[in-house]
Design a binder for this molecule. Structure first.
Ligand code: ZN
Length: 289
């Protein structure tokens, strides 16, 4: 008798993408079409602190035949370290997470205004908060301020804007409203979602990875554009040993000059998407409706 092996689920997924709903350069529909053109079967839409891109991405996904994995990326802080938490398949109507997202976006607008005030005081009076908020849309961030500094020819690149003005400790830096990883993990789970530790290698402190695991993180993004091979293997092994779901994605922000990352350059199998759904209480209860 010939034994036919069980076929592995077909297709690849890129679970980390940004759009114009936050600081990406592609509209949600354009990012989805781009990803479909790369042959991906599923795409995570994970804008910072907002789900404003979900509906458009979903429509484009239906048309292009690519599955959309709804998510977002929450910025949390511990001391001076930034810890990003990806949240997938949560109930957007659950009051606590809806309030959190609103608070984070409000904090972003206040932060942008304070940062612009500092730039004006430094003599860069042509920087325009109005233009920055328009660029930022739902979720304004420091890259939008950096673009304005480029527009008025105060700097030549986003990197220069961060190095001279906007980076932590620089003269136009304004801290964001505080949210800890532990709080974010609890709120995401409370909304039936799956919290995943984003790019752990970029945190620069593995004690914070241990702390996130202790706080109940459910997945770890071992595969990320800015992780080298050694980091990918290290965090994938750690995740498996800790019983976490091992995920991956490009963190593509759309076409961005020399920093253009094409969706799918980093990817995982579709079985990871199936696992995210299995772990999500909201998805299980509703089938994603
Ligand atoms: Zn990201």
């Amino acid at each position: 008798m010939v034994r036919i092996p069980m076929p592995a689920p077909q297709g690849r997924a890129d679970l980390h993408n940004h759009t114009t709903a936050s600081d990406g350069t592609n509209s949600p529909a354009d990012q989805v079409r781009w990803a479909a053109g790369q042959g991906l079967s599923a795409l995570g839409i994970t804008d910072h602190d907002t789900i404003a891109g979900w509906a458009e991405a979903q429509r484009a996904g239906d048309e292009a035949g690519i599955e959309i994995v709804p998510g977002c990326e929450l910025s949390t802080e511990v001391g001076k370290a930034e810890v990003h938490i990806l949240a997938y398949y949560f109930d957007r109507n659950e009051p606590e997470i809806a309030a959190l997202l609103q608070r984070m976006r409000g904090g972003r607008r206040v932060r942008a205004a304070e940062s612009v005030k500092k730039l004006h005081e430094l003599g860069y009076t042509e920087v325009s908060l109005e233009r920055i908020l328009e660029r930022g849309g739902e979720s304004v961030g420091r890259p939008h301020i950096a673009e304005d500094l480029i527009q008025i020819a105060a700097v030549r690149s986003i990197k220069e804007a961060f190095d001279r003005f906007l980076g932590m400790g620089m003269p136009a830096y304004v801290p964001r409203p505080k949210l800890t990883p532990t709080e974010a993990i609890a709120i995401v789970k409370g909304a039936g979602g799956v919290p995943v530790l984003a790019h752990p290698g970029l945190i620069g402190n593995d004690q914070l990875v241990r702390d996130a695991i202790a706080a109940g993180i459910m997945g770890i993004e071992a595969y990320h554009t800015d992780h080298n091979d050694q980091q990918r293997q290290f965090y994938a092994r750690w995740g498996l040993d800790a019983g976490l779901l091992v995920t991956g994605g490009t963190d593509s922000h759309g076409p961005r000059g020399s920093r253009t990352v094409v969706p799918g350059e980093v990817n995982v199998g579709l079985e990871v998407v199936a696992e995210l759904k299995r772990l999500s209480r909201w998805y299980q209860a509703t089938g994603g409706r």
